[in-house]
Design a protein around this ligand. Sequence first.
Ligand SMILES: Cc1cc2nc3c(=O)[nH]c(=O)nc-3n(C[C@H](O)[C@H](O)[C@H](O)COP(=O)(O)O)c2cc1C
Length: 367
Amino acid sequence: MSSKLFTPLRIAGLDVANRIVVSPMCQYSANDGCASDWHMTHLGMLANSGAGLLVVEATHVERHGRITHGCLGLYSDACEAALARVVAHCRRIGTAKLAIQLAHSGRKGSAQRPWEGGGSLKAGDDPWETIAPSAIPFGEGWAMPREATAQDMARVRDAFAEAARRAVRIGFDAIELHLAHGYLLHSFVSPLSNRRRDAYGGSLENRMRYPLEVARAARAAVPATTPFGARITGSDWSEGGLTADDAVACARMLKAAGLDYVDVSSGGVSADIRNPATPGYNVGIAERVKREAGLVTRTVGSIVTPEQSEAVIADGNADCVAIGRAMLDDPHWGWHAARALGAEVERPLQYKRVGPALWAAAAKKAG
Ligand SMILES: Cc1cc2nc3c(=O)[nH]c(=O)nc-3n(C[C@H](O)[C@H](O)[C@H](O)COP(=O)(O)O)c2cc1C
């Protein structure tokens, strides 16, 4: 039986070699938004993971839209040049197609790096005023955000479009918006964080109005052949929050705004809510989104093993799977998945000798 995980996928004008995606993962290692040598190593390594697509971490569209002082940005010529260097490096040495996630932190911004505590920056650590749909903090001990004005919203929308133009210029193969995990765009969608009384609050249509304005502005900056998508919320995992029904409705609205794909993630809307610990906890929601909204659907969340990933694709629950922590744990995850599922992946010439044709002993190796 041949593996479905290792079949190619076409999204808009892009051909991806298989259904494995490296999930975007913040590295908190940028200098004023500029990618560093850490990114050369980290992304260079994961460009050779066997995944068909590698998504660069949340890359913020304005300086005060970063999560931490170490977060990646695409708001200046210096940011663009630094990221262009990393992309050129990954193209030279790697096999994966390259995507980028564009984001604005909203009320989760002005924060410490996780290894510094992860809470709001303290006075003296160069904190900044955060914006959100409503003046409600992310959690206890978090700074109070300011309710975004029409001027803030127009500026951030234009910043998303400008960052998308920069991403196109750098030559990314795909571009996606971060509409999940409690950051600015998700916080507009969720009724738990959006209590506005204007046209941007109230019904789901109203709460989606701003994310859709951003999506349309950024889509217009990206050629039709370049896949343009969004990571969305499958559930807020809280009474009164977003549900799978909302995820289907959001995906339909995004599709109508010209998006080519969605990635179903979940959670993160406020500090006191935890995601389920069950394997593949978003898969059932992704299946509904794929079937009912009818656009290319990726999913993520506690998908760890090759067999589990194979089942998600073979059962038709999603078109591709994003692998996060398991990729950091095993940066050749895709190679090992291919071995386990009797498939093959493209490898760099220098490492060809560990492929099955030239290294029979590999079959005896665990993992
Ligand atoms: C170190 C780290 C950084 C992350 N940064 C991002 C990010 O930049 N954007 C995002 O959408 N999700 C981010 N996530 C979430 C992952 O992309 C993924 O959705 C989550 O870890 C669940 O998948 P997993 O169980 O395969 O790890 C991050 C996760 C980790 C562990």
